[in-house]
Design a protein around this ligand. Structure first.
Ligand SMILES: C[S@@+](CC[C@H](N)C(=O)[O-])C[C@H]1O[C@@H](n2cnc3c(N)ncnc32)[C@H](O)[C@@H]1O
Length: 261
């Protein structure tokens, strides 16, 4: 608890990222990782392997752009730093230990950015006008030779939806859900707009089940976002083994790697 509080005080983080809860969430992910290290290990290894395998699609190795770099748990940072001239790590929040790890590589940079543009536009939104302009940052930057979106897609709407719920009580859940789906689709369109190979690591589904394996809740992102569900590179992320959220409740994500050449 004390470590978490100290990180919260010490972190170099923009005021909106604090206000919206991104810093709190990042610290919570770190704590959950520490509790669930063994259960998470296969997912982290699969993620790193899929990212490295996708580099086969690259002809040039000038700049690597990584969206959702977070705690760097699932990012093969040393290998990326070795192979690319520059590595840009993009996330709303970079905790102090991430900044320290990055300082070991002269060619790696942390870029604090909300890839959806929500933070830049949230004060202009009204219940009638919730649309965000499509993100464009980096699209015209020369030298981007590889783009990765790392276990980020399903997270994109969550904190913005919380903020919209608090700010506009009149918004119903169906509207918020449709809005969230649109935000995720915009991210997919954004990735598709890069003239470079991309590697998307994303949840195909999220499942919560009880001790007998009976499904309590399921979100089917593959259908919602029309993701290709035939990808060979798929695995299970035991994000919350029994005891993590409740004594007899567990949760896993089915994750897939989508590589576009
Ligand atoms: C489940 S974590 C991904 C795991 C991360 N690669 C790691 O190793 O810690 C999701 C990450 O997405 C980031 N994130 C969520 N919404 C974002 C946004 N709109 N723009 C940029 N990053 C965002 C979070 O801060 C978090 O670090």
């Amino acid at each position: 608890m004390l470590t978490e509080w100290l990180t919260y005080i010490a972190a170099d983080c923009t005021p909106p990222a604090r206000k919206l809860g991104y810093l709190r969430e990042s610290i919570a992910i770190r704590s959950r990782y520490r509790r669930c290290k063994t259960a998470w290990q296969p997912h982290l290894e699969n993620s790193r392997a899929a990212l490295l395998a996708s580099l086969q699609a690259c002809d040039n190795f000038r700049t690597a752009l990584v969206f959702g770099s977070g705690l760097l748990l699932d990012i093969p940072l040393g290998e990326l730093a070795r192979r690319f001239e520059n590595v840009y790590l993009v996330d709303v929040v970079h905790l102090p230990e991430v900044r320290r790890a990055v300082r070991r590589h002269a060619n790696v940079r942390c870029i604090d950015l909300d890839v959806t543009g929500f933070i830049d536009h949230m004060d202009e939104l009204t219940p009638e006008r919730l649309d965000l302009p499509p993100p464009e940052r980096f699209l015209d930057e020369p030298g981007i030779d590889w783009v990765a979106s790392v276990n980020l897609l399903s997270q994109l709407p969550l904190l913005p939806q919380d903020w919209l719920r608090r700010r506009f009580h009149e918004l119903d859940e169906a509207t918020l859900e449709t809005w969230g789906t649109k935000l995720m689709r915009q991210h997919l369109d954004y990735l598709a707009a890069f003239a470079a190979p991309t590697c998307l690591l994303a949840d195909m589904e999220q499942v919560v089940h009880d001790g007998d394996g009976k499904i309590i809740e399921r979100i089917d992102f593959a259908s919602l976002l029309a993701l290709d569900d035939t990808a060979q590179e798929q695995w299970r992320w035991d994000i919350a083994p029994a005891g993590e959220i409740a004594p007899a409740t567990s949760s896993f994500h089915r994750v897939a790697a989508h590589i576009r050449y």
